[in-house]
Every structure is written in C-alpha cells, then in structure tokens.
Ligand binder design. Sequence first.
Ligand SMILES: *[C@@H]1O[C@H](CO)[C@@H](O)[C@H](O)[C@H]1NC(C)=O
Ligand SMILES: *[C@@H]1O[C@H](CO)[C@@H](O)[C@H](O)[C@H]1NC(C)=O
Ligand SMILES: *[C@@H]1O[C@H](CO)[C@@H](O)[C@H](O)[C@H]1NC(C)=O
Ligand SMILES: *[C@@H]1O[C@H](CO)[C@@H](O)[C@H](O)[C@H]1NC(C)=O
Ligand SMILES: *[C@@H]1O[C@H](CO)[C@@H](O)[C@H](O)[C@H]1NC(C)=O
Ligand SMILES: *[C@@H]1O[C@H](CO)[C@@H](O)[C@H](O)[C@H]1NC(C)=O
Ligand SMILES: *[C@@H]1O[C@H](CO)[C@@H](O)[C@H](O)[C@H]1NC(C)=O
Ligand SMILES: *[C@@H]1O[C@H](CO)[C@@H](O)[C@H](O)[C@H]1NC(C)=O
Length: 500
Amino acid sequence: MTSSMESRLSISTCFITLFFFLLKSLFAIDTIPPNQILRDNGQTLVSAGGQFELGFFSPLNSNNRYIGIWFKTIPQQTVYWVANRDNPLTDSSGVLMITATGNVTILRNQASSPVWSSNSSTTSNNPILQLLDTGNLIVKDGDSENYVWQSFDHPFDTMIPGVKLGLNLQTGKNWFLNSWKSLEDPSTGDYTYKIDPQGLPQLVLRRGTEILFRSGPWDGIRFGGDDRLEQNSVFDPIFVDNDEFIYYTFENTDNTTISRFVLNQSGVIQHLSWNQRRGEWVVIAIVQTARCEEYALCGPNGFCNMNKDPVCYCPSGFVPKVPEDWNALNWFDGCVEKTSWNCSSATKFRKYSKLKLPDNSEFLVNNSVRNRMECEQACLNNCSCVAYTYAGTLVTGCVVWFGSLIDIREFGQDGFGQDLYVRLAASEFVIYCYVTRKRAQRKSPAQEVNNPNEFHHNNSDEDDMDLPLFDWQMVESATNHFAFTNKIGEGGFGPVYRIV
Ligand SMILES: *[C@@H]1O[C@H](CO)[C@@H](O)[C@H](O)[C@H]1NC(C)=O
Ligand SMILES: *[C@@H]1O[C@H](CO)[C@@H](O)[C@H](O)[C@H]1NC(C)=O
Ligand SMILES: *[C@@H]1O[C@H](CO)[C@@H](O)[C@H](O)[C@H]1NC(C)=O
Ligand SMILES: *[C@@H]1O[C@H](CO)[C@@H](O)[C@H](O)[C@H]1NC(C)=O
Ligand SMILES: *[C@@H]1O[C@H](CO)[C@@H](O)[C@H](O)[C@H]1NC(C)=O
Ligand SMILES: *[C@@H]1O[C@H](CO)[C@@H](O)[C@H](O)[C@H]1NC(C)=O
Ligand SMILES: *[C@@H]1O[C@H](CO)[C@@H](O)[C@H](O)[C@H]1NC(C)=O
Ligand SMILES: *[C@@H]1O[C@H](CO)[C@@H](O)[C@H](O)[C@H]1NC(C)=O
C-alpha cells in the first residue's frame, strides 16, 4: 500500500465515522420530515423530554424486525406499541419514513411498495412525524395542532395515559386492546379487550368470539362493583360516557409514576407499575383472577359468591335446573324459577343487593322513566322482562333485562355492587303471619318473608319487632278463621298461617 492510498483510506474512514456520527445525532431528535428516513442501524427517535423512544427492535428470541415505541427511561425494554405487528421484516433492510402526503410507512430499502402503512385518510401538505413525550407518535400538518394520524388511535396490547379503550360514537372508531400472539411474536393474538356499548357500557374480554370475562358496568368509581381498578396511589381511572365518546383510560397519580395497563399473551388483564428501586414491573392489579370472574360460570340465573362454598348457588326463588348436575358442581345449566310464570301470571319483584349486574346483552335503558316504580311498571308491561334496576349511581334511568340473567356476581358484606329487582311469580311472596298465642287477642306481629325455610326468629325480640301489625280481625278473616288448611307450620310465636 502506498502512503497516499493509506491516507485516502483513513480520510474516508474518518469521513464514514463522521457521517454515522452526524446521522446518529441527526436522529437523536423527535421528528422526521418527508425527505428523511430512519434506518434499522440503531437510529431512533427520542421524544423531547427523553420519555419514549421509537426504532426497530426484535422481540425476545426472535430475529424479526419491527418498528416499536418503548419507555426510554426504563432499562428493561418494554415496547408499548408496534407498527408492523403482522408484517415483520426478516433482516435489517427496513426503513421508516413519512410520505409527502403524510402516510407513515415502513419500506424494505429501495422497494417501492410498503411493508406497512398507516393508511391515513387525511392528506397533508406539510406532514411531520413526531414522537411526543406522552409516547404518542403523531403526524401533524405543519404547525397545525390537529393530528392527521396518531398511534394513540391505534392501540396495541397496552394502554398508557392518553390511550383510550372505547368508542368514538361519531366516527365509529373503536379503540381496543389485542394481545401479542406470544412473547416472541407481537402479531395479532387471540385475546381482545373492548368496550361493549350496549345498554350500560362495560369492557369485555374475548378469546376469538368467546366471552371470557366482562367488567360489569362502570358505577362512577369502579367497574361492576369490583374495587381493583378504583382510584389508588398509582393511577386514577377515568371513564367517559357521553354523546360523543365511551371510553376507559387512566392517569398516573403523579408525573414520576410509570404505569401501564396491559392485556398479556395469556389473556390476563393487569395494571403494572415500574418500581425503580427493584428495577422491575410490579403487578398492582390483575383483573380476572377470582373464580367468579369466569364468564357465566354459574349458568343462567345462577349467582356466584366467592365467600360461598361452592361459589355458585341459586338465589331464593330459584332452584337448580338440573339438580344432579348442579350437585356435581356442574353449573352450566344454571337455575330456573321455583314457581314458573307466564304472561298471564301475577308477578312481583324481589330485590337482590351488592351484585355485579347481569350481562347486558339484552337490556334497554329507558331514560324517560323518573323513578323506581315507573321502572318496575315498564318491566311489568312487557312479559319478556325478567328484571330491572333503577340505578342511582350507574345511570339516571331504568335498565331492564330480557331472557335469562347471565354472569351475576354477589359481593360480600363489605363489597360494592348494585341492586337488582328480579321478577318472580307472585305466589312466591306469600305473607306469612305469625300469631302469638300470648297476644292473639290484641294485635299480632306479622312479617313478609322471602323464604319460610330461612325465617328464624326468637321470642325475645317479639316486642321490638319493627313490623306492620295486622289487625286481629283482618288476620282472622285473611286466614279464613284460622282454618287448618291455611296453617303451614309452627313458628316460635305459635302457629303460622298463610294469608289468602
Ligand atoms: C393499509 O392498507 C393495506 C392495503 O389495503 C392493508 O393491507 C394494511 O393492513 C393496511 N394497514 C393498516 C395499518 O391498516
Ligand atoms: C396512504 O396510503 C393509502 C394506501 O396506499 C391510501 O389509500 C391513502 O390515500 C394514503 N393517504 C395519504 C394521506 O397519503
Ligand atoms: C412534575 O410535577 C411537579 C409537581 O406538580 C412539577 O413541579 C414538575 O415540573 C413536574 N415534572 C414534569 C417533568 O412534568
Ligand atoms: C400474564 O399475566 C399473568 C399474571 O401476571 C402471568 O401469570 C402470565 O405468565 C402472563 N403471561 C405471559 C405470557 O406473560
Ligand atoms: C300460565 O300460568 C298459569 C299458572 O300460573 C297456568 O294456569 C296457565 O295455564 C299458564 N298459561 C299458559 C299460556 O301457559
Ligand atoms: C320508556 O318508559 C316510558 C314510561 O314507562 C314508556 O312510556 C316508554 O314507552 C318507554 N320507552 C321505551 C323505548 O321503552
Ligand atoms: C318486549 O320487549 C322485547 C325486547 O325489547 C320486544 O322485542 C317485544 O316486542 C316487547 N313486547 C311487548 C309486548 O312490548
Ligand atoms: C334473640 O334475640 C335477642 C335480641 O335480638 C338476641 O340478643 C339474642 O342473641 C337472640 N338469641 C338467639 C338464640 O338468636
């Protein structure tokens, strides 16, 4: 080698090094205009405040290349959004760019047709691609504050503050989470978590089309009476339900917190928070873990209560449809009314409290009803109506159910939840009259009880009972002068008569 060749080589090496240095510093920025590209050689976009980074990456144990956005401040690479999830590149020939009209595209170098495109519907004259400190990747037209396209509109498996899970009722745009196929493969997985806007909106987890779990409706503070996604020291849940939008999202309680809500590869919904000291993500809420959260576990009309063993039971007024199966803990067929009724039967409602309301697939919200009795009447007016709730904290309105009641959970004493009024044959509401021998000549305490088998009392509270007192004459005539046929048993007070 001559010395002139050597110097030329070192000059060009120096030039190449300088070129890459320039290139690298060029991309230590947060925007790309149309005539620039981002290559798969370590180039990234970094949001202005250094919160998020965008670039090519490979998932664990995979050589496929994807454009993703991850938390820049966390050592453990955590990708919250992937562009080309279903169209990976198999080598490092990919580039990210923005077209002159504002489409974000991933191209195999030199190839003309994109591997992936944002397919923006709005054309811009002066488009700029920018990664914001919120983690949102946006396309804006010049200095306009309106985004032509944004990654927040295309959620993946993760919600960070600003990402919504729900519906734009005006455009029909549905934001939902969709799991990765596996840890190695971010392509479209089997699980989705999305808003079901019918009636009282709720979130529904599905594997394919099968419902696995539903949140139950939002009551202003939490979903379905469940306190796990309530406001806490890490995040504030936000639920919006108006004429324009229905969505769930959250905010971190302070700006030093990093947390995310994720639908993972095994279909588990969880909220995680980054623990700086331990250097790891900590699960702060897992949603569908309790046995009673398995969708429709107890079958039609069955109630699920974690404090009971077994967890499934038929509420009062109902009996197992197939007792052999039910007793063998096979709850699939659920419960049926103890006394069946039809359109010509007299019916009344029994109140059950602290429930996650049944699935709303067949219900109707009638906002013109002004009180609970009107709601009850609306239900009585249609003999397919089986239950209603006049929901104070849920909506200002009347919600009714048709068909069977599916996926009801009963919370314990200290739980939250809603009231549900279930329609039963009127004959289920017999008034049992307890006549004390001692006081029979004057007034007699009487009580309406749900189930005579469940009724217990003791003599000591005889005088304290806060119960309607029936006039003796009325009791006498109602029981057909204490006819033997109306005597249905002996209570602690004496014989029990059925009022006819
Ligand atoms: C963009 O459109 C192409 C062609 O219709 C389609 O294959 C692709 O899935 C679309 N990309 C996105 C992100 O929707
Ligand atoms: C983006 O690309 C799609 C598909 O090629 C096309 O239909 C759409 O008009 C483009 N949008 C813009 C803003 O260029
Ligand atoms: C975080 O919040 C504190 C107190 O509200 C504020 O002083 C600080 O500027 C905020 N930091 C950032 C990065 O927003
Ligand atoms: C999903 O989350 C659950 C609960 O934290 C965990 O047991 C499971 O391993 C996770 N699945 C994957 C694939 O990470
Ligand atoms: C409705 O139920 C009553 C008993 O409550 C019964 O006598 C009547 O036959 C039933 N009518 C029909 C149409 O099933
Ligand atoms: C709503 O309830 C009112 C009062 O009960 C009733 O007149 C009206 O028909 C109901 N509307 C619907 C859509 O059911
Ligand atoms: C009862 O309600 C159902 C469901 O909304 C409806 O299909 C049916 O027509 C109603 N029947 C009557 C008699 O109003
Ligand atoms: C009977 O009632 C009294 C007063 O309510 C109560 O203190 C007592 O424990 C009760 N006894 C039984 C056996 O339930």
